[in-house]
Ligand binder design. Structure first.
Ligand SMILES: [Zn+2]
Length: 351
């Protein structure tokens, strides 16, 4: 009985448009596989109701075949869902292809003025996947593991990547954090709110002959009652360097708590209320102000940042990664990352 029912259902679907309720075969396949994987493939990754955060199995479920994967990537806007032919400006057709690991490509073979043209464009164009020779699946796994904070050596091992590919992708991911922070960061403080500021030296301090000092000064601030923070790599920590950063990042009227470093002595003249903690005699001043939060932040940052061998121009991207992870600490980092990727790459019909 049941078999017959299924056959009838399939027969109906083959005739098409008989039932408005029935699913397409691809939909049915997706659902069946989703059940097998114990996760729901329906809807957006942001609306996964089975569990709040992405798990590796959820990703595996979406990568079972190219059809499902490409369908999902397009639905999420991670690759463009359509493309215009650069020759005739008409919509291109998504066609299956065996010669690319993606399994699909955009093509156009329209005839114009009695001449047929043939254009082909990768489905990756304009997307996060464009700059890579890896398969889509490999890029997704790498992205997922990076978000999970797996170290570079482990990711390299799992995907069999070469040294430079591993390093490149690590820096592509950090770049996403950096751009995301640049585009989404908010000013700290306001009238009556407290922001702690401090400077700290990162990296190993090696005193070689010739007084060569390694390390990087970082200046930072953190709002006392939130997760809002900024960290900026600086060459010097004089007033001329730090004051413009304070003015850029901290709203006027804010109560700034710092140690007694001389670069901060004019803050009151620039619209801030300034409270100091003299670390040579106390850790909490008479009014209970302290810089514990920013100091905890430094400790945390120093554990996470590479201890040595980081070239200065890369240092800011490591700081960005740290702040990005800190800011989104209780969120699903893979989901946040994909959102950032979409915002930054935003593949369209023409880019
Ligand atoms: Zn064309």
């Amino acid at each position: 009985m049941e078999d017959k029912g299924i056959q009838v259902a399939i027969g109906l679907k083959r005739q098409q448009k008989v039932s408005t309720v029935s699913q397409s075969p691809l939909e049915a396949l997706k659902e069946e596989r989703a059940t097998q994987c114990g996760s729901s493939l329906r809807g957006s990754y942001g609306r996964n109701c089975e569990h709040k955060k992405w798990r590796y199995d959820d990703l595996v479920a979406r990568m079972q075949d190219k059809e499902m994967l490409v369908d999902w990537l397009m639905a999420e806007g991670l690759i463009a869902g359509g493309r215009l032919c650069p020759l005739c400006n008409e919509k291109m057709t998504l066609t299956k292809c065996e010669d690319r690991s993606d399994g699909w490509k955009w093509g156009c073979r329209r005839q114009e003025n009695n001449k047929r043209h043939k254009t082909e464009i990768s489905i990756r164009k304009g997307s996060w996947f464009e700059k890579s020779k890896m398969t889509l699946e490999e890029v997704l796994k790498l992205t997922y593991w990076w978000c999970q904070d797996l170290d570079q050596a482990q990711i390299k091992h799992e995907l069999g990547l070469g040294e430079s590919t591993g390093v490149d992708w690590d820096s592509f991911c950090r770049e996403v954090c950096e751009i995301s922070l640049l585009e989404n960061s908010e000013i700290l403080g306001e009238e009556g709110k407290i922001v702690q500021i401090d400077e700290s030296k990162f990296g190993k301090r090696k005193y070689h002959r010739g007084h060569h000092v390694e390390g990087q000064w970082v200046f930072g601030g953190i709002e006392q009652d939130s997760r809002k923070c900024f960290l900026v790599a600086v060459e010097k920590r004089d007033e001329g360097t730090l004051l413009p950063i304070i003015q850029k990042w901290i709203a006027p009227g804010t109560i700034i708590v710092s140690d007694c470093w001389k670069a901060y002595c004019n803050l009151e003249n620039h619209g801030y209320e300034h409270r100091t903690v003299n670390h040579s005699v106390e850790f909490v001043n008479e009014d209970g102000d302290n810089t514990n939060k920013i100091e905890g932040h430094w400790r945390h940052a120093k554990c996470k940042l590479p201890k040595f061998g980081v070239r200065k121009h890369l240092f800011s991207t490591y700081l960005a990664e740290f702040i990005w992870r800190y800011t989104h600490r209780n969120e699903d980092l893979f989901e946040v990352f994909l959102k950032d990727v979409k915002q930054i790459y935003a593949p369209t019909m023409v880019n």
